[in-house]
Design a binder for this molecule. Structure first.
Ligand SMILES: [Zn+2]
Length: 301
């Protein structure tokens, strides 16, 4: 059993977008799309509403400029982003058929300018949890609407991995464009995020956590008003990892290192073999690096 709801993803709509897979004995896959519009929060919100309104929900909506992620339905059920291939219901092919709409245009490959962060890593982690291999079995993606891509039905049914909408039989869209296929695979957990523009200190949500900031937050947030944040970005990354470990419920993944987060972190320290004062819920370097190694972030000073 894999991850059905991506830790830290916003829930979009009522969570009910499809049903069971037709061919769960076939290998798992993830399919990439672009929305053919802009990015940013307003676009994210209006696109989510639009996809719900027209009944064309993917599983996931992703903003490559902010690392914002939302999810419409569970990954182990079908979504609604593909056309059928005759009687062949492509949305329901495989163990999973995870559809991702990226807020971008196929004519401007999003991997040229994106800033993948912890949410993108969490998406790839979820795909891998279903056994989706790090491969693009249909090969090249199209650089324009006239470009040739393989939409071979045998490949689609027999091979798991990453597909573009441009690779799905019975469909005629050419999204997501000529994105860098290896950069997408390399932005998964445990790997350095393949940010196109690596300015230090930019608020990109790059998967790096400051130990000093997290320790400071653990010192000040519990006594501050409920939900107060002092180092929100760092704390959120840690909280998402604790949530993925099953130690912290979603309501406390809020960027505030309050008592619930401290309790969860103390549990993590216990799992790491610490006892007593060493498992007090205030992060130390070793336990934080261990959490980062499992959940795709690095620890800085
Ligand atoms: Zn598409």
């Amino acid at each position: 059993m894999g991850i059905t709801w991506i830790p830290g993803a916003e829930r979009l709509g009522d969570g009910d977008i499809g049903g069971g897979m037709d061919t769960p004995e076939e290998p798992p896959r993830i399919v990439w799309h672009t929305t053919e519009g802009g990015a940013g929060d307003a676009e994210f919100d209006s696109t989510a509403d639009y996809l719900i309104e027209i009944g064309a929900e993917p599983h996931v909506l992703y903003d490559p400029t902010t690392d914002r992620i939302g999810q419409f339905g569970p990954l182990d059920e079908s979504a609604r982003a593909l056309r059928n291939d005759g009687d062949d219901r492509t949305n329901r092919t495989g163990r999973v058929c995870i559809q991702v709409e990226v807020l971008a245009r196929a004519s401007e490959p999003f991997t040229d300018y994106w800033r993948p962060g912890p949410n993108f890593a969490a998406l790839l982690d979820a795909a891998r949890s279903w056994g989706v291999p790090d491969a693009w079995p249909a090969g090249d993606l199209a650089a324009d609407g006239a470009g040739y891509t393989s939409r071979d039905s045998d490949t689609w049914h027999s091979e798991g991995g990453h597909y573009g909408h441009a690779n799905v039989p019975g469909n005629d869209h050419w999204d997501p464009g000529a994105v860098d296929r290896s950069a997408i695979l390399a932005a998964g957990p445990g790997d350095a995020p393949a940010a196109a523009d690596d300015e230090p200190g930019a608020s990109s949500g790059a998967a790096e956590v400051s130990l000093a900031n997290v320790v400071a937050a653990a010192g000040s947030d519990p006594d501050a008003p409920q939900g107060a944040t002092s180092h929100r970005d760092d704390v959120l990354v840690v909280e998402r990892a604790l949530q993925a470990e099953g130690l912290l419920s979603a309501e406390w993944v809020d960027g505030s290192f309050g008592t619930s987060t401290q309790d969860a972190y103390a549990e993590w320290q216990s799992r790491c073999g610490y006892e007593g004062d060493d498992a007090d819920g205030v992060p130390g370097r070793t336990s934080l690096e261990k959490l980062g190694a499992e959940h795709g972030f690095r620890v800085a000073g």
